[in-house]
Design a protein around this ligand. Structure first.
Ligand code: CP
Ligand code: NVA
Length: 314
């Protein structure tokens, strides 16, 4: 049985298999053909942080696959009152067929997965947001940016950046990261990504100059400067990130036909200007929609892996 905790756990071939499934199911969905790949299955969705896209896309996705989603906010379940993660895992995974969790530390997600009888999907942790990166790659393909792309990430060295590192390292493309001093990526995650990059031939560079990162690139991306859980640091962060806004001036250094990706929610006037955001709104909202399709690919792939295992066991 496989879990989906970080892209670092997958080979390039596996990532591309999930993307191919997502493309196939997206095409079927567009024809209003809802194939019940996961009929009668239940997806438990545990949220310890807020969400718009992750909740709606997973809930809609599992329903369109013939199953049902259970929205479990930590405020409403006993987890929020101190029931241990490992007990929550042992209870819920005896009743549902798959679990998605949005939480804080990656170790909490790993703890759940360790005790779970069913596949567990990372719906965002402080360290990674892998379902978003599968979505972003699907969107890059749809906008013709998957052939040896150069991607520039400008902003905070956070969960999104870490997942970009993993995607680039596994697929073997060029990623340039520009963060302010003191807001760089996690050193251990960088070390893992660079080890994968050695195998794949990915070129990953780090710096503090957004212009240097963006020069001649095909894809520009950023994320909020204040992630969930960092609200107390807001003032100090907004100061530290001055000069890191993605605006038309910065975009002018990218290729003429470069696309701009944003996982959303976007804070205009901070990490992105209103003008740049609206200029790229078609890509950005296709990216948002693709959460639905990419995650169906992931769920169906994980389910198939588990079924294979069950067949071998029987
Ligand atoms: N991009 C993303 O994960 O959005 P939500 O926080 O709304 O789920
Ligand atoms: N880095 C952001 C991503 C939101 C989807 C956060 O963790 O809040």
């Amino acid at each position: 049985m496989r879990h989906f905790l970080t892209l670092g756990d997958f080979t390039k071939e596996e990532i591309l298999e999930m993307i191919a499934l997502a493309q196939k199911i997206k095409a079927q969905t567009k024809q209003r053909k809802f194939v019940p790949y996961m009929e009668h299955q239940t997806l438990g969705m545990i949220f310890e942080k807020s969400s718009t896209r992750t909740r709606v896309s997973f809930e809609t996705g599992i329903y369109q696959l013939g199953g049902v989603g259970l929205f479990l906010s930590s405020n409403d379940i006993q987890l929020g009152r101190g029931e241990p993660m490992k007990d929550t895992a042992r209870v819920i995974s005896r009743m549902v067929d798959m679990v998605m969790i949005r939480t804080f530390e990656q170790s909490k997600l790993e703890e759940f997965a360790k005790y779970s009888k069913v596949p567990v999907i990372n719906g965002l942790t402080d360290s990674y947001h892998p379902v978003q990166l599968m979505t972003d790659y699907l969107t890059m393909i749809e906008f013709g940016k998957e052939k040896n792309p150069v991607v520039a990430y400008v902003g905070d060295g956070n969960n999104m950046t870490h997942s970009w590192l993993m995607l680039a390292a596994k697929l073997g493309f060029e990623l340039r990261v520009a963060t302010p001093k003191g807001y760089e990526c996690d050193a251990a995650i960088v070390a893992d990504a660079l080890a994968f990059a050695k195998e794949s031939g990915a070129k990953i560079t780090f710096g503090n100059d957004p212009v240097e990162a963006v020069k001649g690139c095909d894809v520009v991306t950023t994320d909020t400067w204040v992630s969930m859980g960092q609200e107390d640091e807001k003032e100090i962060r907004l100061k530290a990130f001055e000069g890191y806004i993605v605006d038309e001036k910065l975009m002018s250094y990218a290729k003429e036909d470069a696309i701009f990706l944003h996982c959303l929610p976007a804070y205009r006037g901070y990490e992105v200007s209103e003008e740049t955001f609206e200029k790229h709104e078609n890509v950005i909202f296709t990216e948002a929609e693709n959460r639905l399709h990419a995650q169906k690919g992931i769920m169906v792939w994980l389910d198939a892996k588990r079924s294979e295992e069950l067949e071998i066991r029987n």
